[in-house]
Design a protein around this ligand. Sequence first.
Ligand code: FMN
Length: 116
Amino acid sequence: MSVAVMYLSETGNTKALAEQFYITLPNGDKSIHDISIYDKPPKADLYYIGYPVHRQTCPVKVLDLVKQIEDAGVAFFATCGMPPEKGCRYSLEQLSRKWVNDSCTYYGFFLCQGKV
Ligand SMILES: Cc1cc2nc3c(=O)[nH]c(=O)nc-3n(C[C@H](O)[C@H](O)[C@H](O)COP(=O)(O)O)c2cc1C
């Protein structure tokens, strides 16, 4: 199974998390990509998509990429500045998930506070 970890990161928090996800994946067909230099997702069976929370939402660049993914598994991870509360986590997850194509399997959402 091919796995792509894709992230957007301005100050390095989400990138650091993405790299940890990547390292813990079993060796095999895995890759890691910076979304800022991608307009299309690379081919993969499973995507871990990471982003920094900006103004209580997910950056458009990330959503533009997510909506192009078809017939694959999708999971999200995000970093934020404020300590994450349940309500904030819930609304971010709903927002991200809405952009996942119906042909995909959704696997979940992870949110944590980044280094300030
Ligand atoms: C323009 C902008 C808007 C932000 N808005 C929020 C926000 O609404 N809520 C929050 O908790 N953090 C907010 N943050 C903080 C970032 O989500 C946080 O620092 C994140 O870990 C940055 O990730 P990065 O280092 O991968 O860019 C914002 C940061 C920026 C630059």
